[in-house]
Design a protein around this ligand. Sequence first.
Ligand code: ATR
Length: 283
Amino acid sequence: MDREDEPVSSARKFAVYGNPIKHSKSPIIHTAFAAQFGHRIEYRAVRVELGDFERSARAFFERGGAGLNVTVPFKPEAAAFADRLSERARRAGAANTLHPAADGAILGDNTDGLGLVRDMVVNLGWAVQGARVLVLGAGGAARGVLEPLLLERPHSLYIANRTASKAGELAGIFGELGDVAGGGLEDLEGRAFDLVINATSAGLSGEVPPLPPAMLTERSCCYDMVYGAEPTAFMRWAAQHAAWAVADGLGMLVEQAAESYYRWHQARPETGPVIRQVREVLA
Ligand code: ATR
């Protein structure tokens, strides 16, 4: 068949790049969003070799790719790759959403924190405004969500990390956005929080950082940014110590995807049914 005779696909092309990527739920989520509007899209999960992100992303956009999600470990590389970055992606030093502007420049944004805040505030009904917030961890996951959290105007935000110096560095970077302090896990003794967000990777090995139970009150809400078929180790710890409410990060995953979807299609999908759909896939 001649090139000219090939049926022209009207489906816009999207992908998520990561490594590993096998268990990514992004194709299911974006396909479900597209079905809500009758949008024709193709969305693939692509495992990119370490060191090959820039070449792959460039090729994707040269072939007419309309939008790229980026996950672990390429988010910092995606931020470096973008020609223009949103303020929150710049401060996070990480991008999870890329797309070409009308002039061909690649725009980079980070929707992780928006997704986290939306899941907590809208879906779960947890107040961030005025709350004493604790973020556990000072790696990429924590850094990616701090700006949207602070823009909700919590009473205060404490970053606690196994390596205290890293928490102090983040507190310095984000301090101009609110009352932010950082320290080691041992510095949590004697403090209490309304909202605790686990942004460590401790759960990947089934661990919970050593935390003083007295930091929880009977009104504390505890959010784990990771998710799975079962409650995470941190969620179990929080429930055992009588937290008011616990949640995993599945809602955040779907909400950050919805924010990407909005940037690419100028349409806001309904997230509730998709959160339920992905929960069923996990079970
Ligand atoms: P991510 O991109 O998932 O944030 P990362 O940048 O490697 O990954 O950061 C992992 C975070 O989890 C770090 O804050 C790490 O603490 P250190 O900075 O001290 O390494 C934290 N972490 C990982 N395993 C942990 C554990 N078993 N207990 C407490 N904190 C842990």
